[in-house]
Ligand binder design. Structure first.
Ligand SMILES: NC(=O)C1=CN([C@@H]2O[C@H](COP(=O)(O)OP(=O)(O)OC[C@H]3O[C@@H](n4cnc5c(N)ncnc54)[C@H](O)[C@@H]3O)[C@@H](O)[C@H]2O)C=CC1
Ligand SMILES: NCC(=O)COP(=O)(O)O
Length: 337
């Protein structure tokens, strides 16, 4: 075991919606016989104790103290406590807990920004439940962007052999074309290229860029976004040395011939890229927010209310999110305080 001063990685996990599978996954992973000192949870301790009992996996909850070595494993969880408004039954969310959820994220971000935590790993939230509480919320990605004061961040999901970044995230499909401006696409590409280098050591990433329209617009006969927006931006970046291929028709971009040449794909909207990624790797993929001043990874799935409290939820994606956060933590440009 290392002392806290020597530590390079300390992950803060927010288990997310308490009525969902996020708490289950943390409790299930903490059953491991391997005792580790690089993970804490930011959550309601009573909720975790109750869920552990419901799962038949009793846990010892220790309160996190800064500077003291945390424990995760052998049935022990170290928790930075944040109190929920009301306790929940598995599968039955309560809008009264919306502020609790956002508070866990605020605490985690504060800890990352004061360099206490090396990374934030998030469990799934239910966006609808938070909105039903009267809080406008489209996802962690946009909320973390807001907390960090960044003009733009980039959602990228990754699984073995495929990384897919998105030019737009959680907006209605009918707004995608309007949102897809040269300015936005330039910001997204700039972050993607820079963060592939910073976090993954890829100096000049080869990026496949999808068109927006069927057949990438068919030369302007099926839409003009490729000609008016995407191509000028790609040309600009190519002139600076970027290796960008496209705009390619999205239906044939995701074939081995193209993917074999690429470090990442840039899709124009959420459901252009993520169904392919999840078909390939659901359960073993990670969601990474690029462009933040700290590391954030997440699971590839949602709250799965149908599985909460059952013990049947698959921990694969949370395990992947933890592994990737640790790998990225090794490239942090500063030491933890
Ligand atoms: N990182 C996050 O916070 C994410 C949150 N969501 C949110 O989750 C909510 C529910 O979304 P859905 O579309 O229903 O997707 P979902 O991922 O919660 O469920 C889809 C299907 O996959 C299954 N599933 C999900 N995770 C699983 C796991 N770990 N092991 C085994 N089976 C699993 C579920 O049982 C369900 O059949 C929505 O509000 C959505 O916005 C969705 C994706 C990511
Ligand atoms: N499809 C990914 C997703 O919905 C997760 O979004 P976020 O909460 O990580 O922004």
């Amino acid at each position: 075991m290392t002392s806290s001063r020597e530590k390079r990685a300390l992950l803060a996990i927010t288990p997310g919606e308490p009525a969902g599978i996020g708490p289950d996954l943390c409790i299930q992973l903490a059953q491991s016989a391997h005792l580790r000192d690089d993970i804490i949870l930011i959550a309601d301790p009573e909720m975790l104790t109750r869920r552990a009992e419901e799962l038949g996996m009793p846990c010892e909850i220790r309160h996190y103290q800064r500077g003291e070595r945390p424990c995760f494993g052998q049935g022990v969880l170290t928790v930075y406590p944040v109190a929920m408004a009301v306790q929940v039954e598995p599968g039955v969310p309560q809008t009264a807990n919306a502020q609790y959820l956002l508070d866990t994220l605020r605490q985690a971000v504060n800890g990352c920004q004061r360099r206490e935590f090396s990374a934030l790993v998030t469990g799934p939230l239910h966006k609808g439940v938070i909105n039903e509480a009267g809080i406008s919320f489209t996802g962690h990605t946009e909320f973390l962007q807001h907390l960090a004061g960044r003009e733009r961040v980039v959602m990228m999901l990754a699984t073995e052999g495929l990384r897919v970044a998105l030019a737009t995230t959680h907006i209605p499909l009918k707004l995608v074309s309007t949102a897809l401006t040269q300015e936005r696409l330039s910001q997204v590409l700039s972050i993607l290229i820079s963060d592939m280098k910073t976090w993954f050591g890829i100096q000049t990433p080869r990026i496949l860029v999808a068109g927006l329209n069927p057949h990438a617009g068919e030369g302007g006969h099926m839409g003009r976004e490729e000609i008016d927006v995407i191509e000028p931006v790609l040309d600009h970046f190519r002139n600076q040395g970027a290796e960008l291929i496209g705009p390619l028709p999205a239906d044939t971009l995701f074939t081995p011939k193209w993917l074999a040449q690429a470090d990442a794909v840039l899709a124009m909207y959420h459901d252009q890229g993520l169904p392919v990624l999840k078909y390939k790797g659901f359960g073993n993929a990670v969601n990474i927010t690029l462009g933040l001043p700290f590391i954030r990874t997440s699971v590839d799935h949602g709250t799965a209310f149908d599985l909460a409290g059952s013990g049947d939820a698959d921990t694969g994606s949370l395990q992947t999110a933890i592994t990737v956060a640790l790998e990225m933590s090794a490239n942090l440009p500063y030491s933890l305080s």
